[in-house]
Design a protein around this ligand. Structure first.
Ligand code: IVH
Length: 670
């Protein structure tokens, strides 16, 4: 049972112990059982509470405290440690006949006595031995050469599914596999793309690389898992007669033990397990490379013993290699929905475990450089859980190989391709590029941008597929009749969407900047740019240096903005949006004293909340003037729904335009 939260502890010793127990319980629920009982925030709060006690009373900090998972102590290399007994590998069965031959040997050696197998998944990671004394995690050692490995204790401590303390106080050793699940692996590689670092080729390499980092803060961020598969030194432990029981015992102690295991009365049933998981392999959250079949009874394991290399009581049934060699005939470019250009290898067709492979992703330019790949080379291609196979390495250089160059022009729309500083991906920056149009519209219409209610994914899909919308600007030319003609569009919702599109024209300039989807320019940067420049044209014509004058705009952001406005297709879009009378200017107000003294306002259209008279009165109360017509002397135009010629004139004269929110801001923030 978990003790109640110790809000008013009498002794911090008890409080710390209680918190530790609680945290361990929740870690086990989350990382081992995948069944969290509290939110991440509640968990963090518990850890912070314990950290604060340990900070105030360092004498209470125990080495097995959950707060020790993220150490941060830099380490100098790894110490070599001798294994308590050799970490052997397993003999392999490469097909069903070899597994039957193993079974025949076991049967013969056991002289006709009855026995059964236990089948487990062979996790594709790296093996690690962990030692426990007095219920506390002491030491973690990599396999190394089997007799001597490396001390990775501090790094292993950061693995959330590694219990740091267990109920059992006897000394024992556990062996298991450190793995990285596919999701963590994909996330890690995306992060590395963003940072311009080379990708890890597969989760096993990523797990090995992460476990052997000298900086365990980084290991902690890598989300490794530790699956226990073997218990050593059973002396002193409760009687465990079989491997299955020792796995159950390990699970009870808090270890993550793969639940996908099965007692098999004979070899045929073990083979059925192998076939079943070969078929399910791609849908597992982690990679496996086979099945381990073990004689379940520990007495029988002892009787069978070991060869110099491996136990006689176990075998690894290896799945067919998912790698194949083939020639890269060409490299094509795919343009994704965000405009990212992905190089794809065109392969001479080859069958990999039953599937014909003709394409493999190459991710980005850096990956091609890392592989040292050129068109014409022979490569090793691997099919893993992903749908798209990947090139693992270059096997042989082609005799007439030719270098691949990232295009500078988008293959879909011929717009500029730009690779921003610190990014792995090259992107097409034309907002209206057909490859990214749907995504551009989705962004344009989204709540924090132009806020066009009712313009959801399905409608966007229909608008683009029907050809009604070929660019974001076409939205403003849609009629109610156009919309009604679409599938599942009643007259009422068509009218609504039309009205919402029209209303979005009144969005203030920061929203318009945000709507363009310029790389690195989010809501805040858009606001700062608007305040600094006051007009979209000034931003579009600014040099990189001028852009950097705006607050929080560094060289990288300036470059992205500059690139954006130097793509002629984006300028074309801008002109079309201008002719739809979107707001391209921004009131740059610097007031002292809070009065609207000396300012002249023109009101036009229907404001959402204030009546014309209300607005007029509030401006005049604050010392401002309200005029009926727009001239060069007008300070601001306040525009509401269905604003007409006055708004048009303001835009033509470059008079700052604001909406009701802007006006209320001026009235209240002074
Ligand atoms: S049993 C003496 N069980 O496969 C016991 N090994 O060559 C030997 N592995 O490097 C290991 N999943 O790290 C066992 N469920 C599992 C396993 C497993 C993965 C790895 C192990 C070793 C290799 C066997």
């Amino acid at each position: 049972m978990v003790p109640a939260s110790p809000n008013q502890p009498e002794l911090p010793t008890d409080a710390a112990a209680a918190l530790r127990q609680q945290i361990r319980h929740h870690e086990h629920q989350y990382y081992v059982l995948d069944a969290p009982e509290i939110t991440d925030g509640e968990y963090d709060a518990l850890v912070r509470e314990l950290e604060s006690i340990e900070r105030d009373h360092p004498e209470l900090a125990t080495p097995d405290s959950p707060t020790k998972r993220v150490g941060g102590k830099p380490r100098e290399g790894f110490q070599k440690i001798a294994h308590s007994s050799a970490m052997l590998s397993l003999d392999n069965a490469l097909d069903e006949a070899e597994l039957r031959a193993f079974d025949a040997r076991v049967r013969e050696l056991l002289g006709g006595t009855e026995f059964r197998y236990i089948a487990e998944l062979k996790m594709d990671g790296l093996s690690m031995a962990t030692r426990f004394a007095d219920g506390t995690f002491q030491l973690a050692v990599t396999r190394g050469d089997g007799s001597i490995g490396e001390d990775v204790t501090e790094n292993a401590r950061t693995i959330r599914s590694m219990p740091l303390a267990v109920a059992e106080t006897a000394h024992f050793e556990v062996r298991g596999e450190v793995v990285m699940n596919r999701r963590a692996f994909e996330r890690l590689n995306l992060d590395r793309d963003e940072q311009g670092l080379p990708r890890f080729a597969n989760p096993r390499n990523a797990a090995a690389g992460s476990l052997r980092l000298l900086e365990n803060m980084i290991t902690a961020s890598r989300r490794l898992d530790y699956y226990a598969y073997f218990l050593l030194n059973q002396a002193g432990l409760p009687m465990l007669d079989s491997h299955g029981e020792s796995l159950d015992w390990l699970a009870r102690q808090g270890f993550k033990v793969n639940p996908l295991r099965r007692i098999c009365p004979d070899v045929e049933s073990a083979l059925a397990f192998c076939r079943e998981f070969d078929a399910r392999r791609d849908s597992l959250p982690y990679e496996i490379d086979g099945v381990v079949i073990k004689v379940d009874s520990i007495a029988q394991q002892v009787a069978l013993g070991y060869t110099a290399r491996a136990p006689r009581w176990a075998i690894a049934f290896k799945y067919a290699a998912r790698q194949v060699e083939t020639v890269v005939e060409d490299i094509l470019i795919q343009v994704g929905r965000t405009g990212a250009l992905t190089p794809v290898a065109v392969l001479a067709p080859q069958v990999v475990s039953g599937v014909t492979v003709t394409r493999a992703t190459l991710h980005n330019e850096d990956e091609i450089a890392r592989l040292g790949l050129q068109i014409g080379d022979t490569v090793v291609v691997e099919r893993s859980g992903d749908v798209i196979p990947k090139v693992v390495r270059v096997k042989e250089l082609g005799s007439s190989r030719r270098e691949f160059l990232m295009p500078t022009e988008c293959p879909v729309c011929h717009g500029h391709v730009v690779r921003e500083e610190g990014e792995a991906a090259s992107r097409c920056i034309n907002v209206n590029c057909p490859a990214r149009l749907k995504e551009s519209i989705r962004h344009f219409a989204s709540r924090h941008v132009m806020a066009i209610d009712g313009l959801g994914d399905v409608l966007i899909e229909h608008l683009v597929e029907s050809g009604l919308v070929k660019g974001v600007d076409d939205l403003y030319r849609l009629t109610q009749a156009d919309l009604e003609a679409l599938e599942r569009m009643g007259p009422k919702s068509a009218a609504n969407v039309c009205a919402n599109i029209a209303r979005s024209k009144l969005m203030p300039m920061p929203r318009v900047i945000g709507a363009l989807g310029i790389r690195f320019v989010g809501e805040r940067t858009a606001q700062l740019l608007a305040e600094h420049f006051g007009s979209l044209d000034l931003i579009a014509n600014a040099t990189r240096e001028e852009l950097q004058q705006a607050q929080e705009v560094g060289p990288k952001v300036a470059e992205a903005i500059f690139d954006f406005f130097h793509e002629p297709r984006n300028i074309e879009l801008l002109e079309k949006l201008r002719s739809e009378r979107l707001i391209f200017t921004h009131a740059v107000v610097k007031r002292e004293g809070g009065l609207l003294e000396g300012l002249t306002f023109v009101l036009t259209g229907t404001l959402p909340n204030l009546t014309r008279d209300d607005a007029k009165k509030r401006i005049e109360d604050a010392g401002g003037k309200v005029s009926g017509s727009v001239s060069k002397k007008t300070s601001f135009v306040v525009a509401g729904a269905d604003a007409g010629s006055k708004l048009e004139k303001a835009v033509a004269l470059g008079i700052p335009v604001m909406d009701e929110t802007g006006l209320l801001g001026m009235l209240t923030s002074g």
